[in-house]
Design a binder for this molecule. Structure first.
Ligand code: CAA
Length: 248
């Protein structure tokens, strides 16, 4: 069988990098999107991964922009081939209490974290259906399940992502395409580094595992879901949160 192609949006972020690593180790041809290659230092990022033995491709794309995603899909398919696996990771926070939140911070989080799932997935789902195989994983958050102080925008987007997953799973299952969500808890990345120290320490105190998650913990769940053998797991949400939030 030819190598499967996996596209990871925001694959050069904290969680994304580890997803790229694990998929590359699993034999996938991995490509990531990044918004601003220079500012994000994506060349150096790719070179460091190459040193480790991972040849990760990258394309510039603002996933909040539908037309940019259409252009990105053409570029990816021309250079790397049909996309079999899509992992929607790209996400941002703009935390503020709602009574202090401006409209830009509401809109940018909904655009980057939720509208992107439509903008990117829409480009690849037709091909997956036609080929009778596809794996889509949406990275949500425990805060989409529970709500969080300062995150009406982020919690709404992340909860919306799983609604998107469930509806698309029903549409896609007859065509051999699975769509699942992974909901990380608090993971050691620059995003959690930005939480005020006092608040972060209080959050860690509530995690039964007694620590933040590691990006590897999340990537493991993604690698499991995208496997060819995982075809009957569809429309599911896998929480990876150290028992911070348990539900049935
Ligand atoms: N839990 C409990 N109390 C919290 C809290 C939290 N998560 N966040 C804020 N508070 C409390 C503060 O401790 C403070 O209480 P006191 O007045 O008693 O000291 C009160 O709310 C007001 O907080 P601030 O003084 O910080 O007010 P602010 O307007 O300057 O900022 C805030 C508010 C933006 C919510 C800021 O506190 C903050 O950034 N909190 C962290 C929010 C958070 O948890 N974000 C998650 C980011 S990581 C992520 O999103 C990844 C993921 O998927 C899990």
């Amino acid at each position: 069988m030819t190598e499967r192609v996996a596209l990871v949006t925001g694959g050069n972020g904290g969680i994304g990098t580890e997803i790229c690593r694990q998929l590359s180790s699993g034999g996938y041809r991995v490509v990531t999107t990044c918004v601003n290659p220079e500012a994000e230092g994506v060349e150096a990022w790719a070179a460091a991964l190459r040193e480790e033995g991972h040849d990760i491709g990258w394309v510039q794309c603002n996933v909040a922009d539908f037309d940019a995603c259409a252009r990105m899909a053409t570029e990816v398919e021309a250079e790397f081939g049909s996309v079999d696996v899509l992992v929607n990771v790209a996400g941002i926070t703009r935390d503020a209490f709602l009574h202090k939140m401006d409209a830009d911070n509401w809109r940018s989080v909904i655009d980057v974290n939720l509208n992107s799932a439509f903008n990117v997935t829409r480009q690849f789902v037709t091909g997956m259906r036609e080929r009778g195989f596809g794996r889509i994983v949406n990275i949500s958050s425990v805060n989409g399940q529970t709500g969080q102080f300062g995150q009406t925008n982020y919690s709404a987007a992340k909860a919306g992502m799983h609604g998107f997953t469930m509806a698309l799973a029903k549409e896609s299952a007859p065509k051999g395409v699975t769509v699942n969500t992974v909901s990380p808890g608090y993971v050691r990345t620059s995003m959690t580094d930005a939480i005020p120290d006092k608040v972060r320490e209080a959050i860690i105190g509530q995690i039964p595992a007694g620590r933040l998650g590691e990006p590897q913990d999340i990537a493991r769940a993604v690698a499991f879901l995208v496997a060819d053998e995982a075809g009957y797991i569809n429309g599911a949400n896998i929480p990876v949160n150290g028992a911070l939030f348990c539900s049935f």
